[in-house]
Design a protein around this ligand. Sequence first.
Ligand code: GMT
Length: 417
Amino acid sequence: MKVAILCHASAGGSGVVATELALALAGLGHTVHVVATERPFRLTEERLSQMGLSSNLLSTGQNPVGRLGRIFQESRKSVARWLGLLKKPLGAGSLHFHQVLSADYPLFREPLTPITAANSIAELIEQHSIELVHAHYAIPHATSAILAREMGLPIKVVTTLHGTDVTLVGQEPAFSRTTRHAVRTSDAVTAVSHSLAQDARAKLGVEREIEVIYNWVDPERFKPNRDPAYRARFAQPEEAIVLHVSNFRSVKRPLDALQVFAGIAERMPARMLMIGEGPLRQEAIELAHELEIAGRVQFLESTPQIEKFMSVADLLLLPSEQESFGLVALEAMASGVPVVASRVGGLPELVEDGRTGLLCPVGDIQAMLEASLEILQSRTRRRNMGEAARERAITHFRPEVVLPRYLEVYEKTLEGA
Ligand code: GMT
């Protein structure tokens, strides 16, 4: 298959899912073109080498669709463990990165990326015979892909809804109609949880088939690290390590995470890692000082190597206002880390309340504190929950289980050509 994947480059779940899908598809022998305004956050040299891929990023300079890099062309060994997915013998897959050009003209006060992205996609289709464009996050990618299709180009558009593109941003008057149109007219639509599929139908007012395909995690990459010397880099042996990872937007409620941690730190030795950047980061730093826990909280920038922190954590706090799936919770679970999270969106589809973590009402700091202490103050509870979490991640959310679902959608969509 020749597929273009259009995604956001910034640190965020939709870009991560798109990147990992691109790597896997190329590894399975498909030709994949990743299209974004810059190289996606997790499409790193390290990630390529983790996958056992040759990372000869060849920049060919300016070309009609922007800076193009051929990231790898030979990947078969690396995905040997996914071979079970294959129906046909492998071809030599390849992965290319295309940077969307920005429109720089004095008349424009904004970069007009949706239009330049549609233009990039159209050029790609013409030059590389792309058959299918997979837009990750409806805004603006689904609209750009559909615009390219409207140019009369022979492509199918698959749109994956990730969450806030439906539940938050997609509801804004500024986007509601274009989002609805994009979802209605995509050739296939997937959502990352049943909750999100339901929200899409209700909030966008669309009546159409939406396939639910969960996020996935590589349990070889996300796994516990029991080496005391490694853990000692983060905390004393008697201290619990509490983690919060997000983009520090208000939907993630990072300040709640800090308040919960303040309660934990009053009752037991503990440290917290707050990882990520976003609008509430500075406020969170100030709150840590106000709550007199600054000495116990470390703020770290978002990192593509988040597994290094997850592998030693004892608890993940995810007190989000809304969470369509919760990729970060899945990564923690695979790392053997129990999750205390809000009972919202798709989180109950992922976290088995009482077995792999505990779910609480949004904004209920006290309930989250009690839930956290229940886990952290009992070694057995923490261990059993961590093991159950990892087992659940491996059983239901490993690549071999989830990725074929995308391939099925692609095949079905192309067959309907
Ligand atoms: O807000 C974020 O967490 C980023 C956002 C994104 O689109 O990058 O994440 C959404 O997509 C992830 C991948 O499918 C989901 O796991 C997250 O739950 C979802 N975030 C929200 O719904 C808030």
